[in-house]
Design a binder for this molecule. Structure first.
Ligand code: NAD
Ligand code: G6P
Ligand code: MN
Ligand code: MN
Length: 432
């Protein structure tokens, strides 16, 4: 029997996760689901608790579901821990977006100053949870979605004994997009990705024994919407730069390859419909109204408005692949160990891997072109200083991280924006 804990259960994505568990009930004999949240999200978590019970009951599955704030109760003797929390909730996200915009920078959840700030909130909370996993379920797997997923995963890999895998829906969307443009079944298309979370490239696209990279790249550069998460503006790609490069950038790379356009778009959106965080806040309110309906037993269609759609497919597939030692291929964040030449062995990379009972075994990655490798090294160095600031509260590490980030201004503007970020978040950043 399997017991799982969900940290940040008040997330509006939770019904998708439960839906995924129900769909895989023959592969995953789950007996207990322990939902964990805190005061701030308690109201949402209670709505999720009843909906989760209704969903299992409706599916005819006798699963015990509890909701608790007590991590010892939640984490004792579990097999999997799904982490999907947001320290400071959406108000913290909106504050990040607005602070960046105020200083003339892109306001985005996982990129630039916003991504740095989110790491400063998420990493200390995650390490604290890991101390409890080490104590109460030393054999459990931590499946991490908490953003920034790559940096959170690396912090766990380097600073705890917890077995962990980091996940993101972006490679899932890319895989689905490739299948769509090739008119193929998803499982028949072989896609290999490599890079860092929200900074990956597809390196191989094969179908029926043929290399389809050039065709897929063309479709991609023609802005085929099949690839794009809801939260990223679908602007034109700089075609001359990216054509014929035999690698397909993930949608987040628009922020780096078209930084002026994406910045201007984010300013415009903030002034009209609101920042993405503000838009999501309204959507979330609507979703929880729907979730409260006692006649609802399945995840509602409106959830598709969130950028993280299909994330639960990844979580449930991963759980099943580990539990059943399936050796299927998935795109995951795991320890580099030489997989991407030129990045440190002990860093987290997002790479296509064979999933076994002992965890992910990454596929070998062909060397990157020197310019792409230089970008990956720059971003990894940003990530490592960011993690150092999150773990040790080192202010200079914070400045060194952000000075490297191409989406962040430097000098006096940076100092003022960083100071405001720390001041506004001090209750969520105990390290400073
Ligand atoms: P949300 O704002 O609904 O937060 C989920 C819950 O976390 C809230 O109910 C909140 O009370 C709770 N929480 C906050 N601090 C906590 C703590 N210390 N312990 C336990 N619970 C805590 O967030 P959301 O929009 O559903 O997203 C949740 C997280 O998942 C975010 O970090 C988001 O960035 C991430 N996410 C990642 C991916 C991915 O591709 N990796 C996809 C979607 C969402
Ligand atoms: C996906 C990403 C997630 C991100 C989410 C934002 O693109 O992979 O990591 O957090 O969407 O979606 P939202 O609906 O919250 O803006
Ligand atoms: Mn992601
Ligand atoms: Mn910079």
């Amino acid at each position: 029997d399997l017991k799982i804990a969900i940290i940040g259960a008040g997330s509006s994505y939770t019904p998708e996760l439960i839906d995924g568990l129900i769909a895989r009930s023959s592969q995953l004999p789950i007996t207990e689901v322990r939902l964990v949240d805190i005061d701030e999200g308690w109201h949402k978590a209670e709505i999720i608790l009843s909906l989760t019970r209704r969903m299992f009951e409706h599916a005819g599955l006798p699963v015990k579901v509890i909701l608790t704030q007590d991590r010892k109760e939640a984490l004792t003797d579990v097999d999997f821990v799904c982490s999907q929390f947001r320290v400071g909730c959406l108000d913290a996200r909106i504050r990040d977006e607005r602070i960046s915009l105020k200083y003339g920078m892109l306001g985005q959840e996982t990129n630039g100053l916003g991504g740095f700030a989110k790491a400063q909130r998420s990493i200390p909370a995650t390490l604290d949870i890991c101390r409890d996993i080490e104590k109460y379920s030393p054999n459990a797997w931590l499946l991490n979605f908490t953003n920034p997923s790559g940096m959170v995963t690396e912090a766990v890999l380097r600073h705890t004994k917890v077995k962990t895998v980091g996940l993101c829906n972006v490679p899932v969307l890319m895989q689905k997009g490739m299948a769509q443009v090739l008119n193929a079944e998803e499982q028949d298309v072989f896609v290999q990705v490599a890079g860092l979370n929200h900074f990956i490239f597809a390196r191989q696209v094969n179908y029926q024994g043929e290399d389809k990279m050039d065709y897929a790249l063309e479709e991609f550069l023609n802005d085929n919407q099949a690839f794009n998460p809801k939260n990223i503006p679908s602007l034109k790609w700089p075609r001359k730069l990216l054509a014929n490069r035999h690698q397909i950038p993930c949608p987040y790379l628009r922020y780096y390859f078209s930084s002026d356009d994406t910045y201007q778009k984010s300013v415009h959106e903030a002034e009209t419909e609101g920042t993405r965080g503000e838009v999501v806040k309204a959507l979330e309110e609507k979703l929880f109204e729907i979730y409260s309906n006692p006649d609802l037993y399945v995840k509602p269609k409106e959830l598709e408005g969130r950028g993280g759609q299909y994330y639960s497919d990844a979580a449930c597939d991963l759980m099943s692949a580990i539990y059943n030692d399936k050796r299927t291929l998935m795109h995951v964040n795991t320890r580099n160990n030489g997989t991407i030449a030129g990045l440190p062995d002990d860093c987290a990379v997002e790479v296509t891997s064979v999933i076994t009972k002992s965890g992910p075994m990454p596929l070998n990655v062909a060397p990157f072109d020197p310019d792409t490798l230089a970008m990956l090294q720059l971003m990894k160095t940003f990530e490592r200083f960011t993690i150092d600031a999150a773990v040790n509260g080192d202010y200079q590490s914070a400045l060194r991280a952000l000075t490297l980030n191409p989406l962040v201004k430097n000098g006096k503007v940076l100092e003022a924006a960083l100071d405001e970020t720390i001041r506004e978040n001090i209750q969520y950043m105990p390290q400073f």
